[in-house]
Design a protein around this ligand. Structure first.
Ligand code: ZN
Length: 92
């Protein structure tokens, strides 16, 4: 019985590690959770939101910066401030 439990734990650890990699989470941490908690650990990981999707979403919106004139949050690539309309090309 102990051998079967170990095999199930190792299988869940590998599955959790692969799933964590796809979700952009720490594979080592989730491999340990999969080994210790088995199918319950896998279910927890399935329910966790994917960090990889969050990163992709952040990349879509682009990096932000503060307007040096009015401190509004604007896109780093913007040539003009959305709020005060001042030129951003000379600002660092
Ligand atoms: Zn501004």
């Amino acid at each position: 019985m102990l051998v079967v439990s170990l095999l199930v734990g190792v299988a869940c650890a590998f599955a959790a590690r692969a799933m964590a990699e796809r979700k952009g989470r720490n594979p080592g941490t989730w491999a340990a959770i999969g080994f210790l908690f088995g199918l319950i650990g896998l279910l927890i990981l399935v329910c966790m939101p994917s960090l990889a999707t969050d990163v992709a979403y952040a990349a879509d919106t682009g990096p932000m910066k503060s307007c040096p004139h009015c401190l509004a949050r604007i896109e780093a690539s913007a040539g003009m401030c959305d709020r005060c309309g001042r030129d951003q090309s000379r600002a660092a």
